[in-house]
Design a protein around this ligand. Structure first.
Ligand SMILES: C[S@@+](CC[C@H](N)C(=O)[O-])C[C@H]1O[C@@H](n2cnc3c(N)ncnc32)[C@H](O)[C@@H]1O
Length: 235
């Protein structure tokens, strides 16, 4: 079975544990890989929609150590039942609202691996203000797209997992550009910076007339932040 680089990148962030939950699993490819790599003994696969959960059921044989549960966010998971969870392939705002809804469950886990498709900076900000420590940000580049993976631990967990990983501390408060970049994903992170530079440069060029002063100013600040990060990366 071939897995996408995105799925492999998420799996690489999972430390070996007993039970993991994959929230919004769809085909269940991530837990399939985790079980194949013996990173978890058991997986609980959830989805809010029946169609995707049926997709997941078709991925596994009857004797696989997996459970399928229909439901919204973390609702199908009992507190203390899993060591960690993954929430991947959804918007950052949706991930935030799933976490916000069930603090008792999330704060009892050893770690969480999140892969927001949008609003990554907003999600990081929320995590840092709501009892989580960002252990690291990993980046994956696949077919012209960058995927951002955020590994966090609840402060209460006193989690040492991931802390020994080599990271680059991003020299800005603008969490759009990550927080602690995993050293092994620096190459993808540099591509991410180039893509963001192109995006904000285009915005700047299109808005620098007096009519769009605020947008131009914001784009210019982003460009300066990117330059600063790139300089720091070179030292
Ligand atoms: C784009 S797929 C991502 C699938 C998989 N996690 C991945 O990364 O490849 C998003 C999945 O999340 C499910 N989903 C959306 N909102 C959800 C929620 N509130 N709770 C659980 N699952 C949800 C959708 O039904 C869909 O199957």
């Amino acid at each position: 079975m071939n897995f996408s680089k995105r799925i492999e990148g998420i799996a690489a962030c999972i430390d070996p544990i007993q039970v993991i939950a994959d929230i919004g699993t769809d085909h269940g490819y991530l837990p399939q890989l985790l079980l194949a790599e013996h990173k978890t003994q058991k997986a609980i696969l959830t989805d809010v929609n029946e169609g995707p959960l049926n997709n997941a059921k078709n991925t596994f044989s009857a004797d696989s150590p997996v459970e399928f549960r229909l439901g919204n966010g973390l609702e199908p998971i009992f507190k203390g039942e899993v060591d960690a969870c993954v929430i991947a392939g959804m918007g950052g705002e949706l991930i935030r609202s799933i976490l916000e809804h069930d603090p008792e469950k999330t704060l009892s886990m050893s770690f969480l691996v999140l892969q927001p498709m949008t609003e990554q900076g907003i999600l990081r900000q929320w995590l840092m203000s709501n009892g989580f420590e960002i252990l690291y940000d990993a980046y994956v580049y696949e077919r012209g797209k960058i995927y951002e993976i955020i590994k966090v631990a609840p402060h209460e967990a006193n989690c040492i997992l991931g802390k020994s990983d080599d990271v680059f501390s991003v020299p800005t408060d603008d969490l759009e550009f990550g927080y602690r970049i995993l050293a092994r994903s620096i190459e993808a992170y540099q591509i991410f910076l180039e893509l963001r530079f192109k995006k904000y440069n285009a915005i700047y060029q299109n808005t620098k007339s007096a009519d769009y002063y605020e947008q131009a100013e914001n784009a210019l600040l982003k460009l300066q932040t990117i330059e600063k990060i790139k300089r720091q990366l070179e030292t």
